[in-house]
Design a protein around this ligand. Structure first.
Ligand code: 13P
Ligand code: SF4
Length: 420
């Protein structure tokens, strides 16, 4: 077996523990945790949603039985239900999705299903909250496993952001400059709670995704002297750097330190203030892995997600959202070797879908996004069968006050065309 075969064939087997893949319900009770996977070392905020015990019949059912039950429930519900799936979901779940996409596309998809009474979101908590904000009041958004959070989104909470804002307001004041630009525009990555999207909506800010971050930063620079970007420092840094913002004008904000750990001088000169957040899955990719891939496969095309650290994005050939990565592979006309730096479920699916290419994940022992992995067909069958019985379970609701503010920031984003 060549080493590329080794990389491709050993990736799923080495993806952390089989319990997460086969029985995520073992993590629903007992010690709270994201479950084994790349986010297992992250701190889970108190008060995070917990998933109660999945009924035993779904835990014991074989995969074939679960697929049959999901198909039957969907057929009974017809247009009353729509199932949305993020690219990082496992194949067993993706096969039941009516829409598959990145977080920007799924936010749009949630708005295009007027007949659906229920939107079952096979993604993570912040995505389901976003769908609820954009959906009609009489549409129920359901997250099949309430423990499917996002460790990066959990790295910025509303209290810490409000506290940061108070300190920045004390430092910069509130007066616009001669061009009418306010001192700071808050920009939150889609991977954040509804409360933070609401914060942006009521403070002149906006939401971005990895597919429109540059467009959104341009929007913000037209209106503000500087940007407070949360929670992902890497997406903020990579995007602003590509737009020509020097690194010394991007101080970090660590919420546990006064003035975020920066000096007033650093902050006075700042163009983008970066929150101290990151994705544990994308943090694993390294320049060494890229160097090894290039040494072993001359001509390899390296594409990474912009949540990767800056040196990794700099060493790659291209960086872009999950949809960008998919389109880049689909558009390659000649057989190509691709080394990809993003979640392994998506990379393995691309490898299966485009056999004319050689496609592998940059990290041969990558752990999947453990929070996305909390959704197993057992939970999907459970929520759909309860819907057939007339019961809505695992509904995600954002309070009307928060939703009204968050919708303003999201609608600004939806008007910003994806650039990558
Ligand atoms: P996309 O916006 O590219 O779908 O990514 C979402 C995400 O969570 C990546 O880690
Ligand atoms: Fe969150 Fe990272 Fe998982 Fe994306 S891959 S949902 S940022 S933990």
């Amino acid at each position: 077996m060549s080493s590329i075969d080794t990389i491709i064939r050993t990736a799923p087997a080495e993806s952390c523990t089989p319990e997460l893949a086969q029985g995520p319900w073992t993590f629903d009770l007992g010690t709270p945790g994201y479950g084994p996977g790349a986010s297992m070392g992250d701190v889970i905020p108190t008060g995070s949603p917990r998933q109660g015990q999945l009924p035993g019949e779904y835990q014991r059912a074989s995969n074939d039985e679960l697929h049959e039950r999901i198909r039957a429930a969907k057929a009974t519900l017809g247009e009353r239900v729509v199932v949305l799936g993020h690219f990082y979901q496992r194949d067993e779940v993706v096969q039941h999705a009516d829409f598959l996409g990145d977080s920007f596309q799924l936010a749009n998809a949630a708005q295009t299903v007027p007949n659906a009474e229920a939107i079952v979101f096979c993604g993570v908590h912040f995505m389901a909250e976003t769908a609820d904000i954009l959906a009609r009041d009489d549409q129920a958004v359901i997250l099949p496993n309430l423990a499917a959070g996002c460790s990066m989104a959990d790295m910025a909470d509303i209290d810490s952001v409000e506290e940061c804002w108070e300190q920045l307001t004390a430092l910069y004041g509130t007066e616009p400059d001669a061009q009418g630009r306010v001192p700071v525009i808050p920009v939150t990555y889609m991977n954040s709670s509804a409360a933070l999207k609401g914060f942006c909506g009521r403070n002149g800010g906006i939401v971005c995704t990895s597919s429109n971050a540059a467009t959104v930063l341009e929007w913000a620079f037209e209106r503000g002297q500087r940007v407070l970007f949360f929670p992902d420092q890497h997406l903020g840094r990579n995007t602003a750097k590509a737009m020509g913002v020097p690194l010394e004008r991007m101080p970090m904000w660590n919420p546990n330190k006064p003035l975020g750990g920066s000096t007033p001088d650093d902050l006075a000169d700042a163009r983008v203030i970066l929150w101290h957040g990151f994705c544990s899955v994308h943090k694993r990719f390294s320049v060494d892995q890229i160097a090894r891939a290039r040494a072993e496969f001359p001509g390899v095309r390296v594409i990474v997600h912009p949540e990767c650290p800056m040196p990794v994005v700099d060493a790659a050939d291209e960086a872009g959202s999950t949809d960008y990565i998919r389109k880049a592979v689909a558009a390659a006309t000649e057989p190509t070797t691709f080394a990809i730096g993003t979640e392994v479920n998506m990379v393995n699916r691309l490898a299966a879908e485009f056999p004319q290419h050689t496609i592998f994940c940059l990290d041969p022992v990558v752990c999947p996004c453990s929070t996305m992995y909390r959704i197993h067909p057992g939970y999907l069958a459970w929520v759909l069968e309860r819907l057939v019985a007339g019961e809505v379970i695992n509904r995600i609701t954002v309070s009307p006050e928060v939703a009204a503010d968050a919708r303003i920031a999201l609608e600004r984003m939806l008007a910003a065309r994806p650039t990558v």
